[in-house]
Design a protein around this ligand. Sequence first.
Ligand code: ZN
Length: 251
Amino acid sequence: MHASSTDTAIDSLRELFAASQRIVFFTGAGISTESGIPDFRSPGGLWSRMKPIYLQEFIASPEVRREAWRRRFDNRDGWVGAQPNQGHAAVAEWIRCGRATAVITQNVDNLHQVSGVPEAQVIELHGNATYAKCLTCHQRVELAVLEQEFKATGDVGPCNCGGIIKSATISFGQSMPELPMRRAQQETLRSDLFVVLGSSLTVMPAAEFPHIAHRNGARLVIVNREPTPLDEIADLVIHDSIGAVLGTIPP
Ligand code: ZN
């Protein structure tokens, strides 16, 4: 993008933010690649090199479960130690001042919470990879505890209730989580400005939310490195770095 057109786009973005009272952010892998976390879905990304594990296989096979834990504790997905960047900080700032009400995220890296967005205002559509849960009683289990067990015994045993313990992400073959989906819908319908940050908007049904916002009369902004299928209905599209763009318009 030409420098002057970027300046014009930033001015337009500033005006849209200034005119809005209920901003909702929708974030995807692109905000976290700026923290060095690989985009699993991109060509050459993790999922093109390593077969994803489906929930049904995980439940059916102890060997598959061991492979899943091996991957987790090898940090082959690359998120351990990653820190929030300028984009996360800007989102947290808009939430803190009360002008943005929620962050709907496709990411599982916990970086919105780390950057200071209260837990209650982060809506995770694909779960969270920084802890585990029992599939039966939903008890939370910390990864550090499981890692010790795995390193000592080569396995992760069942929960006290007998249920299978799994990373708290939504796996392939697992249905979308009901409560977050409902909350995301509510926040989207209440928003007057819907801001997509770093999502290619190709993963359904998550990508429906910008459509819903647009149909409901909210303004729609998309900041993403690459074009998205919704660019043509957006009020403003910026193909640039999220941190650089949001960093220029503090609340
Ligand atoms: Zn349990």
